[in-house]
Design a protein around this ligand. Structure first.
Ligand code: SF4
Length: 125
């Protein structure tokens, strides 16, 4: 099972701001290039009862780290596919990932509708 550098699995037991970046999951090819492996500032997960202004500032700082990460796309897709419910992954917050997933679901529904609509035409043609 894949756990990126700042795995949310660590959050349940240890406050995120104190979670060191771990060298785990050697089997994930993109994981070894993750910039956040070297980040120990606790940018990626919210501490409990974090004020909104602090959260926004922390998330923006985390996104800046992601922006210079060579595996941002892989990390983002991993977080979307799991889906990872917490933290900044691949430059997206949890709320932003929910938006992306909702868009993908709507797109899939539209594609299914289109397939049903065009199916008989294609069969007739
Ligand atoms: S994109 Fe961000 S969260 Fe993902 S591995 Fe890179 S630095 Fe870490």
């Amino acid at each position: 099972m894949l756990h990126p550098p700042h795995s949310s699995l660590q959050v349940a037991a240890v406050p995120p701001q104190r979670v060191p970046v771990r060298d785990r999951d050697q089997d994930a090819p993109w994981h070894t290039e993750a910039v956040c492996r070297r980040d120990e500032a606790g940018l990626f997960f919210a501490p409990s009862k974090e004020p909104t202004a602090s959260r926004l500032s922390r998330e923006e700082a985390a996104k800046r780290v992601c922006a210079r990460c060579p595996v941002m796309v892989e990390c983002r897709e991993h977080a979307l596919l799991q889906p990872e419910p917490y933290g900044v992954w691949g430059g997206l917050t949890a709320a932003e990932r929910r938006v992306v997933l909702a868009r993908r679901r709507r797109r899939d529904v539209e594609l299914q509708k289109a397939a049903r609509t065009t199916g008989p035409i294609a069969a007739a043609g």
